[in-house]
Design a protein. Sequence first.
Length: 296
Amino acid sequence: MFSLDQLTAFVAVAEELHFGRAAERLSMTQPPLSRQVQKLERAVGVRLLERDNRRVVLTEAGRAFLTEARRLLALVETAGDLARRVDQGAAGTLRLGFTATSAIRTLGPLLRRISADLPDVDVILHERVTSAQLDGLLRGELDLGLGRPPFDTRLLDSRIVFREPLCAVVPSNHRLAVVDRPLTPADLAGEPVISYSPDQARYFHELTIRFFAEARPRIEQRVQQILTVTLLVAAGRGVALVPASARHLGVEGVTYCEVGVPGEPVELHAIWHREAANPVLHRVLTMLAEHDEIQN
């Protein structure tokens, strides 16, 4: 087989059609250059150059081989550049998990920023509830998740990327839909409540339990997705608590009401495995650290 040094020597001679100029171009002497071309011809099994004391001419085989030699050298150069870019996190793949609600306000701006700052990064999207994202991160199926706490902080790390208020959602014909003040737990006492799965949607389950701690809610359903909660409210099955971004889901027949609830707002986290080695992930995390929020 021939070597890259032999290809480089041949291309230089073929383009210069002069061994002296080709040797000068490659910063080497003429005898080793001639030996490289001769070794290449032996490896290929055909004569690539006709040469005498006066001139150097490409054979027909040499002209055909020159095209492929240039392509191979370009491919090697491109491969090296790609490897360096991947190592720097400027190229590669990011497997990104997200929830339906995170897609409303956060996913789009994040994808636009990655496209602008890291155009050679391919993002593979996985829509999953937070618990499924956490499993995916621990199993190495995902590089980054957009989800809610809690999670095992011994294995996973996170950064808050978006905060928003909690609100109540009620049917549009409900008596509370026209109340012109923040709602309290007492306002919703005795109402049928659409709540969340304590396993698959633990974050919003706990928010709901804390909000209704003194009101003794009548839990009608427990589901995983905020969209499902909102659709059940629209069907008149009860009231619920949702993040303010649920307003953008476009569900008809519901009204979103402010709530007077102390404590921290609803948080969305970027979550990743502490031992993750993907350079793209760390490049994206650096990008996130440069902005308080990834939303516009």
